[in-house]
Design a protein around this ligand. Sequence first.
Ligand SMILES: C[S@@+](CC[C@H](N)C(=O)[O-])C[C@H]1O[C@@H](n2cnc3c(N)ncnc32)[C@H](O)[C@@H]1O
Length: 276
Amino acid sequence: MELSTDQFSRLAQQIYMRLGLQFEDKKIYFLQKRVEKRMEALGYNDPSEYVFLLCYADPTGAEMQALANLITTNETYMFREYEQLEAFGNCCLPEVLSTKQTRGEQRLRIWSAGCSSGEEPYTLAMILQEVFPQSQYWDCEIVGTDIDENVLAQGARARYWWRSVRDVPSEYLDKYLIKDGDSYVVHPRTRAMVRFAHLNLHDRIAMRAMRNFDFIFCRNVLIYFDDRSRKAAVDHFYNALNRGGYVFLGHSESVGRISNAFRLKRMEQHLVYAKE
Ligand SMILES: C[S@@+](CC[C@H](N)C(=O)[O-])C[C@H]1O[C@@H](n2cnc3c(N)ncnc32)[C@H](O)[C@@H]1O
């Protein structure tokens, strides 16, 4: 099966409109392979049938979801981009917790947007427990969201291989992960702090429902978006954050380039973005 240039650009446009993900011309082979899988599952022989289905005959979005499960890049591991996590654990988190304590509040909410198979939200849950042992008496919730249903199911299973845990500092490994044969299972207490939900960052209505977070992590996700959808997502993050909250994007993604609503703050040697 071969996609024509026209078929590729119609599919890429549909994907961009509905998921915010950009597929440049050089990705034609990548997309073709994924479309081939979908065509096989549907019993189609002609790619034009598939283009028609995705573009005009997918009212519930079921086919776009099935394709989304195949085209997302899910690379992740625990304690990824450790220095940024240090800024979170050593500076931002204690600051937010102390403000809450002064106000008599005992609720903390963290959103890992584009959480893939759960390594990031579980990492945040581990750091929270380590930095703030009293968190067990608070109402703490970490919400991991992603568009890919397969990775969300993996996150809910909370079972990982060495590849996912290879960068976990040894003191965390012993405390928060239980070795079970060749795999590692997240400790039940840590697991209970994390909830997974399906969410498309490009879905304006679903995004508007996300509210009252103290921290938002959206790392290594917006690199797959273009400037326009990136800005829309960051604007939603601003509204979803409580005053005094922080947003963390990946190393190669700068909030400042996308939005000037946040205040850039230096925390030790790190730059972080706050909502004041
Ligand atoms: C490379 S992973 C990043 C995982 C984790 N944040 C990290 O830094 O290790 C990117 C994730 O973003 C998700 N993603 C891509 N487009 C999305 C969208 N429109 N809505 C929600 N999630 C999306 C993918 O499914 C994938 O799991």
